[in-house]
Design a binder for this molecule. Sequence first.
Ligand code: B12
Length: 136
Amino acid sequence: MKTIVIGVIGADVHAVGNRIIEYTLTREGYNVVNVGVLSSQEDFINAAIETSAHLIMVSSLYGHGELDCRGMRDKCNEAGLKDIILYVGGNIVVGKQDFKDVEKRFKDMGFNRVYPPGTTIDMVLDTIKADLEGLE
Ligand code: B12
């Protein structure tokens, strides 16, 4: 069974989407480890190490996602999670910005997949499946 760590990063308390993501991924047959709201990069990374996770799915709703996510790929590498897949979504930046620029900035930070506002978990299930296929 593939393990996915989910949670809401930083000082962000938006809890509803997180519970929906947990419910949906569990229903799809994944082992879901939910670090919940108000989670630091270290919370995600420690959970991923403890559970040998394949994917970390970061949610950020309150607009400070860029600051909160900065350096996360480096921390994963330092922790030995070199191949971990990183997703981020929710409302990851403040206000309305051209998403192409936003996506590029997060990809430059080492995120594999970056989703614009309005992307629900159901919309990415096929991508998750494809990304996790073949992984041990
Ligand atoms: C309810 C709510 C609150 C509640 C949260 C209660 C709680 N404990 O959950 C309270 C009142 C506390 C709150 C506070 C704030 N909020 Co508020 N809040 C909302 C609101 C109205 C609904 C959020 C919600 O539950 N949606 C329903 C769930 C199901 O949807 P969701 O959270 O978006 O999650 C789905 C998707 O985003 C997606 N998703 C999430 N993560 C990921 C990750 C990946 C990889 C993928 C693919 C998909 C994905 O899947 C989820 C399930 O389908 C939204 C506006 C809105 N209509 O979305 C604003 C909103 C998120 N809040 C906002 C803001 C600004 C704030 C505050 C900063 C306001 C303030 N100045 O105090 C604070 C921040 C507090 C904090 N520290 O976090 C803004 C964010 C703006 C931005 N990012 O540009 C929004 C968008 C409102 C707005 N239009 O301005 N908020």
